[in-house]
Design a protein around this ligand. Structure first.
Ligand SMILES: [Zn+2]
Length: 247
């Protein structure tokens, strides 16, 4: 059966040896480089989100070991650290930007104990796009969508799409739920806004049985070696809850 492993990264860079918390937010650059080399060595093919959609819809065949790489929040370190490694391998990737916070810092995360970090500005996002990567939306302000009133959910979805389309001068088809927080209202809002895909934090492999607006992902944490990531690709996760689907 067609399967795609969608990996979730946040920051890539040079961090203190063991971050005290939120370790899924950090990946040390040498480790990231080793993980990317491992994918090639073990026969994985990294595809972009549009190719993943075509594969999951059955419109084109998927490679037998397909991986999609995603980077949440659009940190400046994507451009500085991750992009050169990805380009060296010829790997596509999708970067999810918080449309109302371009050029600022991850203010939503600091009260939760994360290190402050700069987010890409509009010119940097265009540079990412010009390098061949895909830019998706991660809302306007990074709220937990399932905890918001329905009109706010719709606004976060549609306004962020429009803002990023203005920045890039092209369609923005892909969305990522902040914190993975989503419910049926959020999934319908993603559809109404016109997104083609939306990714969650449900730990599983994506298959054609998935709703494209609740695609599961596997997080990569600071503690994961290249072999640790390989193990994530080989193990079958059974999510605690059935995925939310539009009927
Ligand atoms: Zn985020």
């Amino acid at each position: 059966m067609s399967r795609i492993h969608i990996l979730m990264y946040h920051r890539i860079g040079d961090f203190p040896k063991r971050m005290p918390s939120h370790r899924a937010q950090y990946c040390d650059l040498p480790r990231f480089a080793a993980q990317m080399a491992m994918l090639k060595r073990f026969g994985y093919t990294v595809i972009g989100m549009d190719a993943a959609v075509a594969g999951l819809r059955g419109a084109q065949p998927l490679p037998s070991r397909a991986v999609v790489l995603t980077f949440d929040d659009a940190y400046v370190d994507f451009l500085e650290c991750a992009a050169p490694v990805l380009k060296a391998h010829g790997y596509p990737a999708t970067v999810y930007a918080v449309a109302g916070m371009l050029g600022r810092t991850n203010d939503w995360a600091v009260p939760e104990g994360l290190a402050p970090a700069p987010l890409m500005n509009a010119a940097q996002l265009r540079e990412v796009r010009d390098l061949g990567f895909t830019v998706g939306s991660h809302t306007v302000s990074h709220p937990r969508l399932a905890q918001q009133e329905t009109p706010r959910i719709a606004e976060e979805m549609s306004v962020s799409k429009r803002m990023l389309e203005d920045v890039l001068g092209e369609r923005v088809d892909h969305f990522c739920y902040p914190y993975g927080s989503h419910d049926l209202r959020a999934v319908h809002a993603a559809a109404d806004a016109g997104y083609v895909t939306a990714t969650t934090c449900v730990r599983a492999v994506a298959t054609p049985a998935d709703d494209l607006l609740t695609l599961p992902r596997k997080p990569v944490s600071q503690g994961n070696t290249a072999l640790g990531v390989l193990w994530k690709l080989l193990t079958k996760n059974t999510p605690r809850h059935p995925p939310i689907r539009r009927s």
